[in-house]
Design a protein around this ligand. Sequence first.
Ligand SMILES: [Zn+2]
Length: 435
Amino acid sequence: MKLFVAGMAHETNSFSPLPTSKRSFNEPMIRPRTGEGMDRMKDAVGYADFIRLGEESQMQVAKSIFCAAQPSAPMRQKDYEELRDEILADLMAAMPVDMVLLMLHGAHVAQGYDDCEGDIAERVRAIVGPKVPIGIELDLHANVTQKMLGNATALLACKEYPHIDFSERAKDLFELCKRAAKDEIKPVMAKFDVPMLGNFPTTREPLRSFVDETAKLEGKDGTLSVSLIHGFAWADFPEMGASVVVVADGDKAKAAALAETLGKRFFRMREQIKSPLRSLDDALNEAMAAPDGPVVMADRSDNAGGGAPGDSTYVLTEMMKRGIRNAALAMIWDPMAVQSCFDAGVGATLDLRIGGKTGRFSGAPVDVTAKITALAESPRQFVFGTEAPLGRSAARPRSMSTASTSCSTRSANRPSARSASPSSASIRRRRRSWR
Ligand SMILES: [Zn+2]
C-alpha cells in the first residue's frame, strides 16, 4: 500500500498588519526530497506521525513537503500557489497512491483564496480520483468549509486546547483512512454549524467532560470520529465559525443527527466555557491585591500565537502609570529597539522607544531611559515540547522603577508565542475598532 504525506499550516489573522510570504514558512520547512530541514522532523507533529505510522505498517511512504508559519496576515497569492503546487507536483510524481494524509490547519487564508485547505483538498481529489481516501488533520481552531467536506474522506481535528494531542489524532486518522483504503469502512461526513466564536480551553469544566464524552462515542455504533471545532475568529470570511464534524461508517443521516445533537449542546454551554475576560484595570487591581506571587497576566488580544503583532504597549503604559515595581513584562516584538540595544551593549544606558510600531492597534510607543542588563543572540523556548526560536532579545530594567521589560526580534517573523489565559481590556477595545 502506498501512502502520500504532506503538510502546510498557517493560522491566518485577516486583521494582522504582518504580511505572510514564502519566507515566513522557511524555518519549519521540511523537504524530504532534498533532505532540507530533516533535522526538524520531530517538531512536525501530525506530518511526522503519518510518516512513522506508514513505515511501521510496512507501507511505501511518498513524502512531500511540510511547512508552517507563525500566525499572521493572509499569505501572498503567488507564494501560496508555489508551495501548494510543490505538494501537488510531488503527488502527481508519486501516483498511483492508495491513501493521502495531510497535516493542515483549517484557518489558512491567502490572497485570492479564503479557504486554502478546501483548495488543496479539491486539487488533491482531482489528482487521486474519487476512491482514494484523503484524510486531513486540523487544528480545532479551524473554519470547516463545504469544499473541505466535499473533497476529503475524513476531517479530524485535535480535541485539546492547549493542543497536546496532534500525535494521537494523527494515529486516529491514519487508522481510519487505512481501513477505508482496505474497504473495511465507508466514511461519510456531516457538519453542524455552531454560531459562536470564542476561546474555549478544554482543561476546564464543563467542556472537559463534554470532550471526554464525545471521544467515547468514537468506535461505537458506526461513529468513526467526532471533532468539536472551535473556529478561528480572526480569519474573516463567510464560512468561519465553530462546528461539529462527525465521521460515520456509511450512514450520513446518522452522522448529521449526531453532529446536530452535539452541536446544540456545545452551543448551550457557551456562557460557561468561554474564557473569563477582565478589563486591564481589574486585572492589574487583582494582581496587585494578591497576597502571594508570582501573579501571571496574559494580554490575550496581543497574542502573537494568534496573529497579533506582539508589540502592544497598553499593559506597559498602565504599569508605568501606576508605578508598579517588582514586575516584569515580556515580551515586546521590536527589532529596531533590540538592534539599538545590541549596538549599545550590556551595561549601557540609552534612551529607547519601545513597541507600538506596527499599527494603531498596538498603542503608542513608550519612551524610556533604559539600562541594558542582558542580550541574547538566539534564545529558544519550548511550546508543548516543541522548540521555538525567540530571535535576538534584550532585557533591561526601566529607569523609572524596578520593573523590567524584555524585547525580542526574529529575522523572518515574530517570536513564537501561545498564550492561553486571562485577558485584558484591549481585546474589547480592539474588536470594536476592527469591526
Ligand atoms: Zn489552535
